[in-house]
Structure formats: structure tokens, C-alpha cells
Design a protein around this ligand. Sequence first.
Ligand SMILES: *Cc1c(COP(=O)(O)O)cnc(C)c1O
Length: 229
Amino acid sequence: MTGAEVDPEVVSARVRALRSRIAAVTDLEVRIVAVTKGFGAGAVRAALAAGIHDIGENYAQELLDKHAALAELAREVRWQFIGRLQRNKVRALASVVSCWQTIDRDELAAELSRRAPGAAVLVQLNLSGEPQKGGCPIDEAPRLVARCSQLGLEVRGLMGVGPAGPPERARPGFRRLVALADELGLPERSIGMTADLEVALEEGSTMVRVGRELFGPRPVRGGAAGPLA
Ligand SMILES: *Cc1c(COP(=O)(O)O)cnc(C)c1O
């Protein structure tokens, strides 16, 4: 896959703009995860050139393809897995992923602890309550966090995806996530994407996952005539 063309200078300018948007809302040190799903390895290179080393991917194969294409830069990239994770994909990803942000059930934690002992994880919460969405129910999160630790995984924090629609709709869920992270003594709160960035920062995000704001509209996944057709 080639992916859409990405202009590194445009990405650098957008990263600078994003950093000032963040600084305008919060004094916290907020890490930017550049979400490159749908784009090619060029988007990862552009992010690196702009000083971003945390790269978010949603799909196992796409991540592995980009990792292979960027072999010479492998040590510079920290792959953040942010998509729905199937247990049978863990093994192939185990030596590549830096942080697993979507741990939401016991089987996944158990498999990960077998394939990548001590791996860094975030426990994903289902903030919308819709059962078809990823993430564990908020009430079950403390138990899952404890289970992950018991399995030797390094739980760094919590992750959540805001609901679609107006950004304000994401606020109550983000607030619960941050409160729970505080309660559990977990430093990292991975909340906020292009659509709900400010709300997430106001509520205490320490890590935003941003795609379209940096790279523009995403190419259609699996488009037969190529990403920009
Ligand atoms: C795609 C995606 C993002 C980035 O979304 P943008 O709207 O492009 O900023 C962030 N987090 C997750 C979990 C995603 O799937």
C-alpha cells in the first residue's frame, strides 16, 4: 500500500499549531500520538521529521507493513496500538508495539503477558456504554487494571474514545476516565482526537491521538482504485 501523499512541511506546521492549541488549554505535558491509519509510511516519516515519535495504528497488518517499510527508522518509532485488538494478532505484533492502548478484557491481557511479558499497556474504557464499541465497562476497569498488574503488565493509564457528535458529548466520559485514573494512581490518560481535542485537554488528557488534524482527510480504506481515488 502506498497511501496518500503527505507533505512533511505541512505536517510540521500542523504539529506546531497543535502544540500551541494544547499549550493554550493546559499546563500538563501532553504527548501527541500521530495516528497514521489509512496513510502510507510517508506519513510516519513526516511525523518523525516533525518531532513526533509516537505513532498510532489501528490495524495489525497495516502497522506491520509500515514497520517493515521503515526498517531503517525502526528505533525512532514508538508504535501505539489503538485499534480493536484480536487475540490472534498479539503474537505478530508483540516485538513491534511499544504500548498497547486497547486492552479491554482478561483474555487479551493474558495472551499479551505470554507473548510480551511486562508490556506497557493502557486499559481501554468503553465510555459510551454501547456494547459494540471497544473498551471494558467502566465499573469493571479497576478489576481489569489489577489483573493486568498481576500478570506483570505495566499499566500506565487509561484510554477512551469519545462518542460521535458534538465534542461536548465526550466530556462526561472523559471526566469519569480521568477521575478513575486518579483513583487508581495511573498517570496516563489517553483521550482526545481531532474532533474532541479541547474538551479532552480541559478534562486532563495527557495523551492525544490525532490523525486528520495532522494529515488531512483519511483515504478510504481498501479503495480499489487507490487511496485518493
Ligand atoms: C482514528 C483514531 C484516532 C484519530 O482520529 P482523528 O479523527 O483522525 O484525529 C484516534 N484514536 C482512535 C482510537 C482512532 O481509531
